[in-house]
Design a protein around this ligand. Sequence first.
Ligand SMILES: NC(=O)c1ccc[n+]([C@@H]2O[C@H](COP(=O)([O-])OP(=O)(O)OC[C@H]3O[C@@H](n4cnc5c(N)ncnc54)[C@H](O)[C@@H]3O)[C@@H](O)[C@H]2O)c1
Length: 359
Amino acid sequence: MKKIDVKTGQSSYSIYIGAGILAQTGEKLKELGLRDKAVIITNPTVNKLYGAVVKQSLRDAGFKTAVLAVPDGEEYKTLESAGKLYEQLAEWGAEKSTAILALGGGVIGDLAGFVAATYMRGVPLVQIPTTLLAQCDSSIGGKTAVDYKQLKNEIGTFYQPKMTISDVTTLKSLPEKEFIGGLAEVIKHAVIKDEQFFSYLEQNLDRLKPLDNNVLEAVVAKSARIKVAFVEKDEKDMGLRNILNFGHTVGHAVESVSQFRVAHGQGVSIGMTAAAGIAVRMELMDQSDAVRLEKLLAKAGLPTKLPQMDVQQVMRAMRYDKKVQGGKIRFVLPRTIGQVFITDDVSLAVIEKVLGEMI
Ligand SMILES: NC(=O)c1ccc[n+]([C@@H]2O[C@H](COP(=O)([O-])OP(=O)(O)OC[C@H]3O[C@@H](n4cnc5c(N)ncnc54)[C@H](O)[C@@H]3O)[C@@H](O)[C@H]2O)c1
């Protein structure tokens, strides 16, 4: 098992990453000084797979416990779901000291995190991420949110957990498309910060696909550490964390133009390829590095070409994005594998040309 200590402005906590550690949940909660009651917030898909083991471990450690399940899907990451959860928590008798355990992917992590941050002005939160994206990315950094009307993550708050338990064996039941989507964020972390990790992925991706526990543990831990480093320096997302948006400028636009038929990770993969293409065209990065990135993405099963869509529509979608400031489209561009920078100085003509070549 690996342990990562996270220190932010007002809190410090540990992320545990290992195989089969869900069964230690109750004991670990007790070690933190939590006792009496703990509520698991999850969805029916994850509950069926992992609810029982977490519940049993809580019971064995002497907790009174309940499972509150929200239907599966981003469309339930809403204030309405939060409202129902507040009612259920109150009915069940959840108190200020009752821990909320977010058991699931990023949707549950964001929603349960938001509920934990706001119920009784904040109760202890434990993240138990069960997707690759959640273990490497969304459970780290304290961002909690619900969607509002068509706006993603419109209402939310920063709220750090008391602990995170990432059991890599849960990833074995993940649908392949979800796993591959999560790999995009893992590769993103390597490109923005760590060339050695990128090389490790080049050499070990084949072993990651059959889901070797040791490789999984190493990859989740390495990836999580990179995100932690950014979060520790910029807890409230005031600047440095923007680097984590590598691949997201074009990625979000592609997702939205495809009406979300292109999933997030797949969009980020296309976006990273585009950013690398732009950097090469602007003579900021060697072509050989862009080829390396494209090869690794393809090896992971991720797309590196634009799907059938109008480049002009993608350009328009980018202009509407949150990352546009003063009419300029903000990009995170790579200089090399392991180093990126933020710029507003990419001409529209270059973006258009690169996207045109990616069809
Ligand atoms: N807070 C942040 O910093 C942050 C960062 C990135 C993304 N997000 C959010 O994360 C969400 C996406 O998260 P996600 O990709 O994990 O999607 P998700 O939570 O929808 O999970 C994907 C699917 O996998 C299922 N699932 C989860 N764990 C499983 C397992 N172990 N075995 C089998 N099935 C399993 C889920 O029920 C769901 O159907 C979005 O709402 C996004 O906004 C938040």
